[in-house]
Design a protein around this ligand. Structure first.
Ligand code: SAM
Length: 313
């Protein structure tokens, strides 16, 4: 798909460039904020899985830049934004970058050090592994990232704070909801208008962090295991989703957010044709197809296999 074509087909991709966002994901965080006011009273934030940085840009523009421009805000009172990713990213005003893996315990330690004994008001995580297209597999790998994010949350978030994370909706969504409800008073699943309906992506908005009494961060895994193991149930498959049936069934609050009469991320915008409509749009071949794509070897192997099958026949 050429750039101009993508501009027409993806309104949020085009708008992101017009408004100076590094990625169209910026609109997802902005639309979540429209619904949940997630930046209210926020001074310290952790942005997990932040590259290329459009969420960090939103945090900078919403929190850091206004404070920096205000004559009343002293330097030591400026909002603190710490962004972590496996990939490095270009600098953003007021954002401290940490390059690291959020599943690694040492990354949490580095983040905590930046907060210098204070806790964060908000943790956001837009982390995504490389999607395979196998929904169960993608949901599983994604849930490992959420677990890593939650581990960091239990170390850095203040009581009463918020946590926003990307999830992939799947058969274990109810289980995830129950697990997060152990730590937060309010848990809502949100689908911003800029996130395509065709995508299984959604966001969990967790408000009012309130870990169970006597909670020890080291027990996180055991605590989460217990959610899936109601008394008397030993069969592991029952623990995953089957037990959340009948009276135990949970109804997850699910909200669409963003201007619902605004741009539709699933809509294709018409390609140009001549004014009198006499000429229809002609699709052109790519100017330069990739010469060594990673799938080239697979295609050659497939071709060779099909040739030898034909010979056998
Ligand atoms: N929120 C970002 C933005 O607005 O620009 C986009 C995030 S992108 C969808 C997902 C990011 O997750 C990638 O940059 C990837 O490197 C990062 N990621 C995936 N697994 C990670 C891990 N274990 N630790 C840190 N970052 C990770």
């Amino acid at each position: 798909m050429g750039k101009a074509s993508k501009d027409k087909r993806d309104i949020y991709y085009r708008k992101a460039k017009e408004e100076g966002w590094r990625a169209r994901s910026a609109f997802k965080l902005l639309q979540i904020d429209e619904e949940f006011n997630i930046f209210d009273g926020v001074k310290r934030v952790v942005d997990l899985c932040a590259a290329p940085g459009s969420w960090s840009q939103v945090l900078s523009r919403k929190l850091y830049v206004p404070a920096k421009l205000s004559s009343e805000c002293r330097d030591e009172d400026l909002p603190l934004i710490v962004a972590i990713d496996l990939q490095p990213m270009a600098p953003i005003d007021g954002v401290i970058q940490v390059q690291g893996d959020i599943t690694n315990a040492r990354t949490a330690e580095v983040v905590i050090r930046h907060f210098d004994g204070c806790k964060a008001d908000l943790v956001v995580c837009d982390g995504a592994p490389d999607v395979t297209g196998l929904h169960d597999m993608d949901e599983f790998v994604q849930s490992q990232l959420i677990l890593a994010a939650l581990t960091i949350v239990t170390h850095v978030l203040r009581v009463g704070g918020k946590f926003i994370a990307k999830i992939f909706r799947g058969k274990d969504t109810s289980l995830l909801y129950c697990q997060l409800k152990i730590f937060f008073e309010q848990v809502t699943f949100a689908k911003p208008k800029s996130s395509r309906n065709s995508s299984i992506e959604a966001f969990v908005v967790c408000e009012k962090y309130s870990p169970p009494e006597g909670f020890n961060e080291k027990d996180l895994y055991h605590l989460l295991e217990k959610v899936g193991t109601p008394s008397g149930v030993s069969n592991d498959s029952d623990c995953r989703s089957g037990w959340l049936e009948g009276p135990n069934k949970v109804y997850i609050p699910f909200l669409a957010c963003g201007d619902l009469s605004g741009y539709d991320s699933d809509r294709s915008y018409p390609l140009p044709s001549s004014q009198d409509g006499s000429q229809s749009y002609q699709s052109l071949e790519p100017v330069q197809p990739p010469i060594a794509p990673p799938y080239k070897k697979a295609l050659e192997m497939k071709k060779a296999a099909s040739t030898s099958t034909h010979r056998l026949v």
